[in-house]
Write a protein that binds this ligand. Structure first.
Ligand code: UD1
Length: 419
């Protein structure tokens, strides 16, 4: 298994270009299954989760071609199987996103249950209940969700909890249903909006994307289209924190600043000077130590749970005491123990972590436990004295394109050791 070796190397200074959003690419690729003709998706990041999705489509018989300039061409017309097997789903929960499209377009789907996950139990009951409300017959047998339907019927669905992939699955399914579907308490994440824009470009009729009520008027079919996915706000936020934690200066290009309000606000509170333009963010700490900032995660437009671990890393070496409350997922403090091995002062009580900033961290061998936790350990390594070895970085490769190259461009001392 590959490892990353990071050495504290002072303030970062430089520019980094942001890739397409992982969490928009995955649902958009799943949504290609709804189309009647080939689709070209651009600004696709080169990530393990994207490769897994392409493999999943390929196993169903769908023709996928890698085009130039980070584009993927999908011909959904060659599909010959409607199944997402356990060996793929277990490596990527987002495989559940094919359930809605398969059912709506082909009337059948067999998708393995995602099973356990390092960041809490993460059930998919709301996906299943919503599809049932649209007339699907669904049973769970032998670890598989087995779903059948004639043409789905529009329905009014009130989601118990705000769920991102749940909203996406139901929105995709509703596009081809008979009549109107209303999804209340819908997720408002920018990736949901991006998926809605993609579906509309294919001929879907969706109103309310970005609000908590989606209205989808079903249409008989959707057509192929060319579409570029939006930039990754979590990758953006991670490089901004890399700049802040090292008291450095970074310019982020090809980003979408308006999707980062809560994160930018917290960086300002931490003492960062920010300059924001159309698709550019410049962060300058002017050599100053960050101030501790309190964080409470919440569905969008609240502070993203996918940035919680990175802000904890910043608070480890910030001036003052901070509290970090995780309200979206249970058990998403797996990075705490690893950070403590680097000399961090963190006390966890239930879903709240209290962090007391220390003068310095010490490099140590640490283990990545999930995608964002592993990014936070790399960030901590950037300001630790000595060497930090981050093991199990396949987690990082699921969500960060060329992290060692991008951080290297900013002046970090980081290298990958194949294992
Ligand atoms: C998505 C993101 C992930 C992010 C998360 C929250 C993708 C591919 N992944 O994950 O990066 O961390 O949103 O912003 O977009 N829940 C239920 N029942 C369900 C579904 C969800 O109880 O049927 C609960 C979950 O346990 C969790 C909460 O809802 O507590 C939010 O989860 P959800 O938004 O569904 O996360 P994902 O869509 O899996």
């Amino acid at each position: 298994m590959d490892r990353l070796i990071v050495r504290g190397n002072g303030a970062l200074d430089g520019e980094v270009r942001i890739s397409g959003a992982k969490n928009a690419t995955l649902p958009v690729l799943a949504a290609t299954l709804l189309a009647d003709s080939p689709v070209r998706v651009g600004n696709v990041p080169h990530l393990h989760d994207v490769t897994t999705t392409i493999e999943l489509l390929g196993r169903m018989g769908v023709e996928v071609t890698l085009g130039d300039r980070m584009a993927v061409e999908v011909d959904p017309g060659t599909i010959n199987s409607f199944s997402a097997p356990y060996d793929l789903v277990k490596t990527m929960r987002a495989s559940i996103l094919v359930l809605g499209p398969l059912l709506a377009r082909h009337g059948e789907a067999e998708v393995s249950l995602p099973g356990g996950c390092a960041i809490g139990s993460r059930p998919v009951d709301l996906h299943i209940e919503g599809l049932r409300a649209m007339g699907a017959e669904i049973e769970v047998d032998n670890g598989y969700i087995i779903a059948r339907a004639g043409r789905l019927k529009g329905a009014r669905i009130v989601l118990d909890t705000v769920t991102v992939t749940g909203t996406e699955n139901l929105m995709m399914a509703a596009c081809l249903a008979d009549g109107e579907t209303i999804i209340e308490n819908a997720a408002r994440e920018p990736e949901v909006v991006d998926l809605a824009n993609f579906l509309v470009a294919m001929g879907a009729r969706i109103r309310g994307a970005g609000t908590d009520t989606l209205r989808i008027q079903g249409v008989p079919s959707l057509h192929g289209v060319e579409y570029d996915v939006l930039p990754d706000r979590i990758e953006t936020g991670t490089y901004l924190v890399a700049g802040a934690i090292t008291r450095g200066h970074v310019v982020i290009r090809n980003s979408c600043p308006q999707t980062l309000d809560a994160v930018l606000q917290k960086l300002r509170e931490a003492g960062a000077k920010l300059r924001v333009e159309d698709n550019l963010i410049e962060l300058d700490m002017r050599g100053r130590r960050p101030q501790a900032v309190d964080v409470r995660t919440a569905p969008y437009p609240g502070f993203p749970t996918d940035m919680q671990a990175q802000f904890m890393a910043m608070n480890l070496v910030a001036e003052g005491v901070s509290t970090i409350a995780e309200t979206v997922f249970e058990n998403r403090f797996m990075h705490v123990q690893e950070m403590q091995r680097m000399g961090a002062h963190i006390r966890v009580e239930g879903n709240v972590a209290v962090v007391t900033g220390v003068d310095h961290l010490n490099g140590a061998p640490v283990m990545a436990t999930d995608l964002r936790a592993s990014a936070s350990l790399v960030l901590a390594g950037l300001v630790a004295e000595g060497e930090t070895t981050v093991d199990r970085i396949y987690h990082i490769d699921r969500g960060y394109e060329c992290i060692e190259e991008k951080l290297g461009q900013l002046g970090a001392s980081i290298r990958r050791v194949p294992g």
